[in-house]
Ligand binder design. Structure first.
Ligand SMILES: Cc1cc2nc3c(=O)[nH]c(=O)nc-3n(C[C@H](O)[C@H](O)[C@H](O)COP(=O)(O)OP(=O)(O)OC[C@H]3O[C@@H](n4cnc5c(N)ncnc54)[C@H](O)[C@@H]3O)c2cc1C
Length: 347
């Protein structure tokens, strides 16, 4: 019989983030599939009652919490203390949590403390013959493995965006708060604030419905014999402003931008998609002026619907990498798309 614990930390405002609700959805599915299993919610934060109430109807048997000012911030020492206390209290043999930066840092250490094992970047969970398996990708999303473990507790961190988040009615949850007093040595690190680009300078939006990818073609000599980088920048930024799409780039383009050539100044290596870049998850993706090379498209594996605009009918996208390829001039296409989108803000 599995004793499932789903660990969730609160956000700064005391609510539960989307990744936390995704891990809760994974845990409730698992409990439903495992006969005789129990589900416990474990919450960590400055104050966890509001978070517990927001998921009161999730079907958990029990709610436990570790709360207090010391647990309101992301800090390995206190997060590990809190999670360890919850694991021990519940006697969990299966621990689910979202792969947030906070839990990814703390929970592998917790698994070690409680004599268990941890798996990160888990993209799916399944049950067959009463046994749990996880899915995980290797070699930059080229090989998918299905893994079972006999060692318990088994700590499973699910990658954000793989499961639909739990939705349900709020209510009044009875939270059993576990008293955890962090020693002074655990409080040496303090989060003093966040540095983030201004909202309109932030081009990476993991929750956007659409990913727009720009390739090096935007900076190449065009049919008139000249380059048009400023126009390219205007077209891309206008599209992002109108759609709130996330922006990705090919390695070639981010390298050019990083080498000091002021081609597309808003493009950094953080935007790079692919084998040596990011593997984002968006329902739709549109590649523009990008050739569709294998090391690039390997990062598109989890994009739901893939479209590309390229002048070259023999580009990589034409070889099964895209669902739809428009053989066209991306400058003309994006100008027309922007005109059709108009100036109204996105719905
Ligand atoms: C080990 C390794 C790892 C790598 N990892 C990555 C990675 O993580 N991500 C990545 O992106 N790359 C990666 N690469 C590099 C990759 O192989 C390609 O070199 C790179 O993706 C090419 O970028 P690009 O398509 O933007 O540029 P190009 O290959 O120069 O293609 C530009 C395209 O723009 C088109 N074009 C030009 N003008 C227009 C226009 N007006 N309208 C429409 N189309 C136009 C051209 O037809 C051309 O197809 C890796 C390579 C290696 C060896």
């Amino acid at each position: 019989m599995e004793t499932i614990l789903v660990l969730m930390h609160t956000e700064d405002d005391g609510t539960l983030g989307k990744p936390a609700r995704e891990s809760l959805a994974a845990a409730t599915s698992l409990q439903a599939a495992l006969a005789g299993s129990t589900l416990t919610v474990g919450l960590v934060g400055a104050d966890v009652q509001g978070a517990a109430d927001s998921v009161a109807s999730c079907g958990a048997d029990r709610f436990f919490g570790v709360a207090g000012a010391a647990f309101g911030q992301s800090r390995y020492a206190t997060d590990a203390l809190a999670a360890e206390a919850l694991c021990r209290e519940v006697g969990a043999n299966l621990v689910l949590a979202a792969g947030t930066s906070r839990w990814c840092r703390a929970l592998p250490g917790v698994a070690h403390r409680v004599g268990g094992r941890a798996d990160t970047h888990v993209t799916g969970l399944s049950v067959a013959d009463g046994a749990v398996s996880i899915a995980r990708w290797y070699y930059r999303q080229r090989m998918e493995a299905t893994i079972r473990r006999t060692q318990h507790p088994w700590v499973v961190l699910t990658d954000p965006g793989c499961v639909a988040p739990w939705e349900g009615a709020s209510g009044a949850a009875t939270v059993q708060v576990i008293a955890v007093e962090p020693p002074a040595a655990c409080l040496r690190t303090a989060v003093t604030g966040f540095l983030a680009p201004a909202a309109d300078a932030q081009t990476i939006r993991p929750d956007a419905d659409l990913l727009l990818v720009a390739g090096a073609g935007w900076t190449k000599t065009q049919a008139d014999g000249t380059t048009h980088a400023p126009e390219a920048a205007d077209l891309i930024l206008a599209f992002l402003r109108k759609t709130r799409a996330s922006l990705g780039g090919s390695k070639s383009l981010v390298d050019i931008s990083g080498e000091g050539q002021a081609v597309l100044p808003f493009m950094t290596h953080l935007n790079q998609i692919g084998q040596t870049g990011a593997t984002p998850r968006h329902p739709k993706g549109l590649a523009t002026c990008c050739h569709g090379e294998e090391p690039h498209t390997v990062g598109w594996r989890f994009i739901g619907e893939r479209r590309a605009v390229n002048l070259d009918p023999n580009c990589g996208w034409a070889r099964g990498k895209a669902d739809v390829l428009y053989v066209a001039d991306a400058f003309a296409v994006m100008a027309k798309v922007n005109a059709l989108l108009g100036e109204q803000p996105p719905a």
